[in-house]
Design a protein around this ligand. Structure first.
Ligand code: ATP
Ligand code: MG
Length: 651
């Protein structure tokens, strides 16, 4: 990307928080000034929200950048902070998790219940010889035992590495070996789309390839048949549920490794992102309190992410539980057994805070407004979004059809690497703009710079960077300090390079524009895929769009758009052709003639990663008539066939 990114989209709608919400908010405007005045003192105060066994001597040691140490010399136990201290405060009977299985079975788990299970699992792991510093892999469906396993590791100081339950045996064995994990915790399977999926069989396959696995602990979830290796495999109900429920949590150093999480690897060999203890929990806990305005006594919180992603780590396990939240955890997909499942859950549990992803929101838009309209969503008071830039029209749809025009929306930008939310509105303070993540949180120093590392003025675009270390930052890439420096700290001096493009609008508010690798260079102009996609989605006949730059003899790159029409839109023959022309003109009118797509293809689906993000790389292959690159991280491998066959039939 040369110099800067063009700034095309002009969004003027703005929504201040309702007065009542603002009056009762956990965090007010003053937090920004407080943090600006003394950033380290600000984070020190947030660390005090936790319970420490030993105080720190120094807030931040940044003498050997980019290797940070936070709360140096301090000691704490993460599981103690998520469980024991709530029980000691008399809240043991409070519900921690309302769990709902996909087939409709349910479990209600109090803090005391969760504590008991975590103590048992901690004792079982210890009996198997797992000690502080050992790595444990977790390959689970969305069942409470997944959270129990993570917390049990944290309790005994073992470093967990959760691998998403949809990944293949190769992906699993690669991650297990990279971390040298000696125990894998899994289940026979889980329920997805009405069917039991097999997890144990994949672990068997991975174990055959891996050199490090000694023991496999298996939760019985579906009851399906599994192969069994007596010397290696153990049932959870035999070893965990029979173990003692007495366990005293030992404190660990603030920089003790808490977990490794591999980024999804859409770009290259997965990176084992390492997070440690004190700083991570401080920021996960503070941001959950500040951004979601969590009121532990009255809120029912639901984050729809899978525990295999960082969102599940920070905003299902560590953030909410450290804050004593009551939350909903759901095993399955949004369309099983019907497309109103999410809304039914909100109605049933009277959920007040919902945190989900743009990909889900656009899918709900495609399915139609009448589905959420059939449920009582009046309990909701706050909505969140994470994972991709949210298109302004998707944001408006979310606000109107889910949030009843009353709930503030927090669009939260962060990454596996940042560990916790970095850029987001504060729901009781910020007058939000549809599609903007707005401002860095108090205590966070984000900026947008050009090629020369100069801060761009308001109205400009460029690279998103972080100028100062933050408590929940990654400490390194597991086993590869060089790659850590090279990937994040070499592009600009003394700044963390996030890999995302962004712009500042006239007010200085931030708009995320997708990955820098996805930016298009058209006739010398840098244009973001996100903005063109948002222009397409703003057309009433479009549900979803993905845009790529394809090599073009005259313009260098030309804009090619793959577009999913909304349900009921006629796309046959001439109607399809007319729609394509209408959409091309619509983009030109919205963003300017430079952004007019050379080509628009109407498609039934888009290729997505297993975390729901659009894989533009594969669409670039289609647009440039190449054979497809690596499709192993695709959620549904038949999607590319659907797209190709649609194209051949002239759509
Ligand atoms: P990999 O790094 O392996 O390719 P990934 O980047 O998709 O995978 P994550 O760490 O889960 O893995 O995602 C972080 C990225 O998601 C960010 O860098 C950004 O591109 C995007 N993202 C997350 N939240 C937002 C948001 N609110 N607005 C815009 N983009 C977002
Ligand atoms: Mg990434």
């Amino acid at each position: 990307m040369s110099e800067t990114l063009e700034n095309l989209l002009n969004e003027t709608r703005q929504f201040p928080p309702p007065a009542e919400f603002a009056a009762a908010a956990n965090v007010t405007e003053g937090a920004y000034a407080e943090a600006r005045q003394d950033r380290l003192a600000f984070w020190e105060r947030q660390a005090r929200r936790l319970s420490w066994a030993k105080d720190w001597d120094q807030v931040l040691d940044w003498t050997n950048p980019p290797f940070a140490k936070w709360f140096v010399g301090g000691q704490l136990n993460v599981a103690y902070n998520c469980l024991d201290r709530h029980i000691e405060a008399g809240r043991g009977d409070k519900v921690a998790i309302h769990w709902e299985g996909e087939p409709g079975d349910t479990r209600t788990i109090t803090y005391a219940d969760l504590h008991r299970s975590v103590c048992q699992a901690a004792n079982a792991l210890t009996d198997l010889g797992v000690t502080a510093g050992d790595r444990v892999a977790i390959y689970m469906p969305m069942i409470p035992e997944a959270a129990v396993a993570m917390l049990a590791c944290a309790r005994i100081g073992a470093t967990h590495s959760v691998v998403f339950g949809g990944f293949s045996a190769d992906a699993l064995s690669g991650r297990v070996d990279d971390a040298n994990a000696k125990v894998v915790i899994t289940a026979d399977g889980g329920f997805r789309r009405g069917k039991p999926s097999g997890l144990k069989a994949i672990v068997d396959e991975a174990a055959a390839k891996s050199s490090s696995i000694e023991k496999v602990i298996v939760v019985r979830r579906t009851g399906q048949d599994v192969d069994w290796d007596d010397s290696r495999d153990l049932w959870w109900h035999d070893v965990v549920e029979t173990a003692s429920a007495e366990h005293t949590a030992q404190p660990f150093d603030s920089e003790h490794p808490l977990f490794i999480l591999y980024t999804s690897g859409t770009t290259a060999k997965p990176k084992g992102i390492l997070h440690t203890t004190g700083g991570y929990l401080t920021q996960a806990s503070y941001t959950h309190h500040a951004v979601f305005d969590l009121k532990p006594d009255s809120d029912v919180y639901w984050c729809t992410a899978d525990i295999g992603w960082v969102t599940g780590h920070s905003y299902i396990v560590y953030g909410p539980l450290s804050n004593g939240a009551t939350q909903v955890m759901y095993e399955g997909t949004p369309d099983t057994p019907h497309r109103g499942r999410f809304w039914e859950l909100i109605q049933k549990y009277k959920i007040t805070i919902l945190y989900t992803a743009p990909t889900a929101i656009r899918t709900f838009m495609k399915w139609g407004d009448d589905i959420p309209a059939g449920f009582d969503l009046s309990s909701l008071r706050l909505l969140g979004s994470v994972g991709e830039p949210i298109n302004p029209e998707a944001w408006m749809w979310y606000r109107e059809h889910i949030g009843g025009d009353r709930c503030p929306i927090v669009d939260t930008w962060w990454q596996t690497e940042t560990g916790a939310i970095m850029i987001s509105p504060l729901p009781g303070v910020t007058a939000s703009k549809p599609g903007s993540a707005m401002r860095p949180l108090p205590g966070i120093a984000a900026d947008v710079v050009d090629d020369q590392a100069q801060s761009v003025p308001d109205g400009g675009g460029g690279y998103l960077v972080l100028r100062e270390p933050w408590p929940s930052m990654l400490r390194t890439i597991w086993g590869d300090d060089e790659r850590f420096k090279e990937t994040y700290w070499s592009r600009f001096q003394d700044m963390y390079f996030a890999g995302d493009g962004a712009k500042k609008d006239a007010d200085g508010d931030l708009w995320l524009l997708g990955r820098v690798d996805d930016v298009m260079l058209v006739s010398g102009h840098n244009i973001s895929t996100t903005e063109v996609e948002s222009a397409l989605v703003s057309h009433p006949k479009v549900a979803e769009a993905a845009v790529v730059g394809a090599t073009d003899p005259t313009t260098g790159q030309a804009i090619v758009a793959f577009t999913i029409p909304r349900g009921g839109v006629d796309t046959d023959g001439e109607a399809g052709e007319a729609l394509i022309q209408e959409l091309r003109n619509h983009v030109a009118k919205t963003l300017g003639p430079i952004a007019k797509p050379r080509q628009i293809m109407l498609v039934p689906e888009l290729p997505k990663t297993r975390s729901g993000k659009i894989m533009r790389r594969l669409l670039r292959d289609v647009a440039e008539n190449r054979s497809l690159g690596d499709v192993t991280t695709l959620q549904d491998s038949t999607v590319m066939d659907l797209i190709s066959s649609g194209l051949q039939s002239g759509k």
